[in-house]
Design a protein around this ligand. Structure first.
Ligand code: HAM
Length: 437
């Protein structure tokens, strides 16, 4: 059997592929990153890209040693003779903050808004919308602890989703407080679960020692049953005065801007760097356990990575999950733009001429040509199949006169146009078509 792609990965396919779906369409991925670029760059965010692999230590310190991501889902990177100190990045934030600190971006005016997109890697069990290589759009703001920045981040995330036409997205907003609030909450959880040790999964017994709050995020059904039986009080009940005021301020801005959200007192998030504001985007078709996206504030992260104290906040959404949601809502991509012209030779002798006319046009226009001679009917069908605005034929008569026989694919109108004037003709026709729309 021919070799196949690794489990939990997908090929991003071109239009016309027999197995095309929206969540594996290369054009759909670009459609999502284009929408993000439009919205985020309007807000002043700058694009930045970081390596696909990083020091394992960065991810351990950033994402947190007690998270499932670090304990179970890291892809290690080995090369000959290496000690294996690198991992494929499971998320973008730790790398973005590292790059911000390492490259002196802190000297630029704050807050500094950054965005990126690209593949992330987590060795999770594969399901629909849960992959080992998935893709995120990621937005990060560094250098401000102002709740206005939190509210703007949430607004922007919803704006991207709206730009894509998605309707059924819900924002679930919470706060996980400051580290002192978390200590109080963890002490409460330790005491609560201590009497039920035998019912906790092995993983959660370990979580109880390291970071009890992670138990609430457990994927084990027994753990979740115990959590609901015990009526565990949410983190939101344990916020200190400052974290509570910050949360109220974020809500105040969102209310003023008419952003629709639900307060979710039990939000935990799967990464350890968060503090204060934390939220997730959910969609009915993605399932309650998986989010379309998530984000939060991470004011302690820069310090944790060995840098100067720098407040930060950001979010990421999974492109595959967004595309699944779009497909479920019946959204489709705008039609792909075809070439301005498809050029066919009527006999073998004139194929090189058709090719050189097409190549000449490509300094400003998209022009395709046929590699084999074609009869006019077949050439027109091929032009139509490719979505060309015009099909041009070159036979002996045209070659001798230095012209092409041009047919408009929609109106059927035909012209004889000198090759020397073809670029100008096609450009004018294209701008007339745009102004007519
Ligand atoms: P996260 O919640 O771990 O946050 O991931 C964000 C999104 O990535 C998820 O909501 C989901 O859409 C997608 N995602 C995660 N894992 C998978 C998977 N295995 N397969 C498919 N999609 C997946 C973060 O990664 C944070 N770095 C977000 C952030 C940015 N916080 C602050 N700044």
């Amino acid at each position: 059997m021919a070799l196949q792609r690794p489990k939990g990965t997908q090929d991003h396919l071109p239009d016309g592929s027999p197995k095309l779906r929206l969540d594996v369409s290369a054009r759909a991925f670009k459609h999502v990153t284009d929408a993000a670029e439009l919205v985020l760059e309007r807000s002043g965010a700058a694009f930045m890209a970081t390596p696909l692999f990083e020091e394992a230590e960065l991810v351990k310190r950033g994402v947190g040693g007690s998270t499932d991501i670090v304990r179970k889902e890291m892809f290690m990177v080995y090369y000959f003779g290496d000690h294996g100190g690198y991992v494929l990045r499971p998320e973008g934030t730790a790398g973005m903050v590292r790059a911000y600190l390492e490259n002196g971006l802190k000297q630029l005016p704050a807050p500094f808004k950054l965005w990126t997109h690209g593949p992330m890697f987590r060795a999770e069990r594969q399901q629909r919308g849960r992959l080992r290589q998935f893709h995120q759009v990621d937005y990060e703001v560094l250098g401000s602890a102002d709740p206005l920045v939190d509210a703007e981040a949430i607004w922007l995330m919803m704006q991207v989703v709206r730009e894509l036409g998605l309707k059924g997205v819900q924002v679930k907003l919470g706060s996980i407080g400051d580290p002192e609030d978390r200590d109080t909450y963890n002490a409460y959880l330790r005491e609560l679960f201590a009497g039920h040790l035998e019912r906790l999964s092995d993983d959660s017994k370990e979580r109880l020692a390291r970071n009890p709050m992670r138990i609430l995020d457990s994927k084990s059904q027994e753990d979740q049953d115990l959590i609901s039986e015990l009526n565990v009080r949410p983190m939101l009940d344990f916020l200190g005065t400052e974290a509570a005021a910050h949360f109220q301020a974020v809500r105040g801005y969102l209310d003023a801007w008419g952003v629709d959200y639900q307060v979710d007192p039990s939000i935990v998030r799967g990464l350890d760097y968060y503090r204060r504001t934390a939220w997730e985007l959910h969609h009915a078709h993605i399932g309650a356990k998986s989010a379309l996206g998530g984000g939060g504030r991470y004011d302690g992260l820069a310090r944790e990575l060995g840098g100067q104290d720098t407040p930060g906040i950001g979010w990421a959404f999974g492109i595959e999950r967004v595309l699944i949601a779009m497909e479920e809502e019946g959204l489709t991509l705008p039609a792909a733009a075809g070439p301005a012209v498809y050029i066919a030779a009527l006999d073998a002798e004139h194929v090189p001429l058709a090719a050189s006319v097409a190549l000449g046009l490509r300094s400003g226009l998209r022009a395709d040509f046929g590699y084999k001679p074609q009869k006019p009917g077949n050439a027109f069908r091929e032009g139509e199949r490719r979505g060309a605005a015009y099909t041009a034929l070159i036979g002996s008569e045209e070659a001798a006169a230095g012209t092409v026989a041009l047919k408009h694919m929609v109106s059927g109108e035909q012209h004889s146009v000198p090759v020397s004037e073809l670029a100008a003709f096609l450009r004018e026709a294209a701008s007339a078509a745009v102004s007519k729309n």
